[in-house]
Design a protein around this ligand. Structure first.
Ligand code: SAM
Length: 293
């Protein structure tokens, strides 16, 4: 559905609802979202937030935004509602093989380098930070599985993390509309996906070999430190930093770099930039960085 159509539906819903998110209530939510999750919520986002919260207000049978706000900030609300709140406030757009230059670089540069430099015993670890519904970690898994076919001793693991449990659950199920994998070449589709028999809802399921090496977990990039023990050879943090301000971006990247091996690679989204930031990364190519040795 186009953004414009979507807005029309939201507007229609709002007309029936006859209530709006006041400036004051918006500010309370916006300050909370920014301080806890780093996501910028300037005043221009008020109507967007209003539309997203309406769904929860309806589900909870509430009468107004202020009733929802009082509930959300109560002790009970903070225990019971946070989960649903995060599911509606996050923007989770993603795709298989999104920004394909990163996957070419992984296949043609990072992996051959790893094989040439390693003793053959170490596991190649990748973190997809802000992995949304799983298309990014599964794409990484396709690339690593393809590489493993040529190098049978190659061992790898992938961690995907996000703050939305809804998208983490989609990732864990690994079931997608068939149209989402259109971009994947036919031989890889056959190798890594199973078609559903139900043709009324054409869907595919990722095969176990794509899922076996993936761990999914909740990690809030705003936390002071992350409950992650590993050091990774590669970190993907793409189209996540864009929601943060520069100061937050710099802090998050420095924390992520604690979990990156010296010489490890760091990928960001094409509309993001690290220029002028005090981070231990060297620019290799647009959106591709390497941790100093
Ligand atoms: C637009 S998606 C990007 C998905 C994928 N990386 C890609 O490029 O296709 C951004 C994801 O970042 C997650 N996110 C936002 N703030 C976060 C935070 N503070 N900690 C962890 N994940 C966060 C959102 O829930 C969302 O799923």
């Amino acid at each position: 559905m186009s953004g414009e159509k979507n807005n029309k539906y939201v507007q229609k819903d709002l007309d029936c609802f006859k209530a709006e998110l006041s400036e004051k209530d918006f500010q309370a939510f916006s300050a909370f979202i920014y301080s806890e999750y780093g996501i910028k919520m300037p005043p221009v986002k008020r109507i967007m937030l209003q539309g997203r919260l309406l769904k929860r207000i309806r589900e909870l049978n509430m009468q107004s935004y202020s009733e929802y706000k009082d509930y959300f900030f109560s002790k009970e609300g903070q225990q019971k509602e946070l989960f649903n709140f995060l599911n509606v406030i996050t923007t989770n757009k993603t795709d298989f093989f999104r920004e394909p230059v990163h996957f070419d670089f992984l296949m043609n540069q990072v992996l051959p380098e790893h094989i040439n430099n390693s003793t053959g015993k170490s596991t190649f670890k990748v973190w997809s930070a802000g992995c949304s519904s799983g298309e990014e970690p599964y794409t990484i898994s396709i690339v690593l599985n393809n590489f493993k076919q040529m190098h049978p001793n190659f061992a790898f693991s992938i961690m995907g993390s996000d703050i939305s449990h809804k998208v983490l659950n989609v990732a864990a199920k690994g079931v997608y509309q068939e149209s989402k994998i259109q971009i994947i070449p036919l031989d890889m589709k056959k190798r890594y996906f199973l078609k559903s028999k139900d043709r009324t809802f054409p869907s595919v399921r990722v095969k176990p070999e794509l899922q076996n090496n993936i761990v999914l977990k909740y990690v809030n990039l705003m936390d002071n430190s992350y409950d992650v023990q590993e050091k990774f050879e590669v970190i993907f943090c793409r189209n996540v930093l864009i929601y943060f301000d520069r100061q937050t971006q710099e802090k998050v990247i420095n924390k992520l770099c604690h979990h990156l091996q010296p010489g490890g690679y760091f990928f960001i989204g094409h509309s993001e930039s690290l220029s002028g930031m005090n981070v231990p990364l060297t620019h290799i190519k647009p959106t591709i960085f390497r941790k100093e040795l």
